[in-house]
Design a binder for this molecule. Structure first.
Ligand SMILES: Nc1nc2c(c(=O)[nH]1)N=C([C@H](O)[C@H](O)COP(=O)(O)OP(=O)(O)OP(=O)(O)O)CN2
Length: 174
């Protein structure tokens, strides 16, 4: 049986910190993240606007921009467990702000807000924002849209996240 594979990348700029890191990554810092998705199919579309494709690269870009770039580019990605960091973003005098963010993370798997002390973009996730965990998170948010946009032809098989040109993590469930 044949297998066709396609890959699509986007790049975003975002801040984060790894609060448990034993060294420099405890500091607030940023990366120009490269995020790559890989999809495969055993057959190409036989007809329609995606004829002879696994999935239109443009459709992959649309979904990556909607689900990764829009919430995270030029934002800060924070762990819901990083109370000291969330306190920096909490608006002064806004009682219950942290609790409502944590409730949204629990209900939806992540929370996006610009209602922060400086009005800046904050994306809160229920894990430490390592490259490994971000790859898994973005896999989970993209798996259904890839299926839908490809009319069930393409299957998302891997998400890769580069923090630097030299450091990459991959999530590819068995
Ligand atoms: N397995 C992982 N290790 C580390 C992660 C991670 O997400 N997964 N993250 C970090 C830090 O966020 C750090 O910014 C990147 O690590 P490091 O290689 O130490 O950074 P450099 O700036 O030295 O990278 P260069 O490519 O050499 O410029 C740490 N570890």
């Amino acid at each position: 049986m044949s297998t066709f594979r396609v890959r699509r990348r986007i790049e975003i700029d975002a801040g984060h910190r790894i609060m448990t890191h034993g060294s420099k990554c405890r500091n607030l810092h940023g990366h120009r993240y490269v995020v790559e998705v890989e999809c495969e199919a055993s057959r190409l579309h036989p007809s329609g606007e995606q004829t002879d494709m696994v999935v239109d690269f443009g459709f992959l870009k649309d979904e990556m921009m909607r689900l990764i770039d829009a919430p995270c580019d030029h934002g800060f990605i924070a762990s819901a467990a990083d109370g000291e960091l969330l306190a920096l973003f909490a608006p002064q005098g806004a009682a219950g702000w942290t609790e409502s963010i944590l409730a949204e993370v629990k209900a939806k798997g992540a929370a996006l807000t610009t209602s922060t002390r400086m009005g800046t973009k904050l994306y809160v996730v229920p894990f430490q924002p390592t490259a490994e965990c971000l790859a898994k998170h973005w896999f989970e948010v993209l798996v259904a849209p890839v299926r839908t946009r490809s009319d069930s032809t393409a299957r998302l098989v891997a998400v890769r996240v580069w923090e630097t040109p030299n450091c990459m993590a991959e999530y590819a469930p068995a």
